[in-house]
Design a protein around this ligand. Sequence first.
Ligand SMILES: Cc1cc2nc3c(=O)[nH]c(=O)nc-3n(C[C@H](O)[C@H](O)[C@H](O)COP(=O)(O)OP(=O)(O)OC[C@H]3O[C@@H](n4cnc5c(N)ncnc54)[C@H](O)[C@@H]3O)c2cc1C
Length: 323
Amino acid sequence: MIVTNKDLSEFNSLQIAVNAKYYIECKTDSDIEEAFQFTKKNKIKFLILGEGTNVVFTKPYDGLIIKNSFKKEKKINKNKVKVSSGYNWDRFVRFCIKNSLYGLENLSGIPGTVGAGPIQNIGAYGEEISDYIEHIEVFNLKTGNVEILNNMNCNFDYRDSLFKKYKHLFIKNVFFKLKEKFIANNSYQDLQDYRFKKASELRQRVLRIRNQKLENYLTKPNVGSFFKNPLINKKDLKKLLSEEADLKFYKHDALIKVSAAWLIERCNLKGMQFNKARVSKKHSLVFINEDKSPNSILKLKNKVKTAVSKKYNIRLEEEPTII
Ligand SMILES: Cc1cc2nc3c(=O)[nH]c(=O)nc-3n(C[C@H](O)[C@H](O)[C@H](O)COP(=O)(O)OP(=O)(O)OC[C@H]3O[C@@H](n4cnc5c(N)ncnc54)[C@H](O)[C@@H]3O)c2cc1C
């Protein structure tokens, strides 16, 4: 089952061509067990990979890539759903709506697997996956044990969770608690003009907006937003507003979330090209890569980071996993 020198260009949405020393596709429990035994025996590093839409490979991977294709179960019990992590996220959202279970419709169209959703607590249009997760079943690749983490233990935050730190926890199954009655969340600006009677209407609207605003990663290789929106305190906001009255920002608990796209645009970087990478003209947080090597995209993101830091003294933090 384990193959050597696997080209990963098809397995990451930036289409960067690096090789993995070892590669295994995990479809069953015994595949996951095999991956565990292999890393233990050979004492090598490993990386769990979903659909590769939120990773940036910077060099050949000198370990085992554990590709998640685990699709054992998708089971409904009243308003609760158990789903295996290898299913495609958007198809799962569609499945829930078809079965009259609601809450996830604003998260329609986010690429990737179900199992990667909790890692950065995927979010869009005023919703986050963590609001609907009851608990998560993981295979611990350090001990070989199966463990359950309830929602509180996952340390969910803005594009963050405990899984970003504990990379040895292979998410196997996610347990959702959904709503049986559809109540539209149209709090997001682009959705406010509509009265959605059905979840499917809201889903279609979200898919249309995403299609207009974002780049299709299949034709324009990208990882979605390259940076998180930076969080600043109220004192720094006041200072920033005195210089930039039209700054775009949102409240985030006790802090302020500043639009990273706005900062990048104000540095005149929208559409900027560097070698074979460029800042999208549609959305300045999206960087398009047309290079088989990671050099162009990494230099581009460093240039953007430096420009924003120089002008605003704000350090942008990368959203995808840099490997
Ligand atoms: C065009 C585009 C639009 C996007 N829009 C959004 C958006 O609106 N909101 C948003 O939040 N994100 C968005 N993203 C980012 C991305 O879709 C999500 O982060 C998604 O969850 C990644 O899924 P994946 O299966 O491709 O994960 P991968 O890229 O394969 O992996 C991402 C990380 O998760 C880890 N991982 C993956 N699976 C597992 C598992 N089973 N167990 C443990 N660790 C695992 C990996 O090791 C890696 O660190 C977008 C990306 C693109 C390309």
